[in-house]
Design a protein around this ligand. Sequence first.
Ligand SMILES: Cc1cc2nc3c(=O)[nH]c(=O)nc-3n(C[C@H](O)[C@H](O)[C@H](O)COP(=O)(O)OP(=O)(O)OC[C@H]3O[C@@H](n4cnc5c(N)ncnc54)[C@H](O)[C@@H]3O)c2cc1C
Ligand code: FES
Length: 287
Amino acid sequence: MFNAQRKIWHGSGIIERNFRLTEQTFRLTLVTQGVLPTVNAGQFVMLRLPNRTDPLLGRPFAVYRVLGNVLEVIYLVVGKMTEHLAKLRSGDMLDFWVPLGNGFSPVSTPTHIIMVAGGIGQTPFLMLAEKYFRTDSRCTLLYGTRNAKYVIGMDDFRQFDVDIHLATDDGSCNEGFINYHGPVTDLISKVYRHGEPARIFCCGPRPMLHAAFRIASRFNLPCEVSLETSMSCGLGICFGCVVKCRCEKEKTTDKEIDLATKIEKETWDYRRTCIDGPVFDAYRLCW
Ligand SMILES: Cc1cc2nc3c(=O)[nH]c(=O)nc-3n(C[C@H](O)[C@H](O)[C@H](O)COP(=O)(O)OP(=O)(O)OC[C@H]3O[C@@H](n4cnc5c(N)ncnc54)[C@H](O)[C@@H]3O)c2cc1C
Ligand code: FES
């Protein structure tokens, strides 16, 4: 996983736009006074409502786009913070700190980058598609939603020549796209050509990530998943975002069997999603 040491920018931004994309989804554009730091695809930002103690804590969101002093986020209204966020207007202020987390690993040789997104999980992928636009790698987005009306941001992905395949739970379709009725993970085997160098990157609900990982391991493909674990500090301090990961196998001596026989013992430990993730090698997670 990408893990370059970076300084974290912390400050306030003025809301330039905060408009509705679908019933419960909004696109937020924030402008700051100074230039923002470089953000790697898959890193995230913590947003916090200033001068409020309810909600007290900030909330994590994937960076959708960042350019100069402008940062964009796409969010789904699910609770306290996002309900407040949806009421904010142009000119209102927000506190934020960025960039956080590791981000997706870089791809150095021509590769088929297969991005698998579920629900609001397409948000970290626009920057990934932008990164490999006009390179020898090609990007495919497999995007699953409950219903065709929840599909958002596809014009942005088209700008970067992404091959888009949609999947819906109810079989509804979006004109101008390849549509599929069923789980988005079914599409992996349809777009992957056996033998080609490919990598799978996923973001979405945990069962979808697990299903994508099982398919990746069947094809022996590298697979990274971006987790949406709830967070408090976002900075590695509170340990409120831990997930179970496999550790390197340890060679130990099993006294009961034979003192001279070394056996490989698999162990696990917790990792903080906010600094060791949110992107994890799917083969290292304890599913
Ligand atoms: C690295 C990362 C990137 C994310 N990127 C995005 C993004 O681009 N767009 C976006 O809309 N959301 C994203 N999320 C999820 C987002 O952080 C939560 O939706 C947000 O914190 C909800 O805050 P709230 O105060 O509105 O909801 P709360 O009032 O805190 O919670 C409302 C309900 O949602 C549940 N909930 C809260 N957070 C999560 C979560 N992370 N996963 C599952 N259920 C949750 C709670 O258990 C509760 O039932 C991301 C999360 C992480 C960790
Ligand atoms: S959110 Fe505090 S350690 Fe990760």
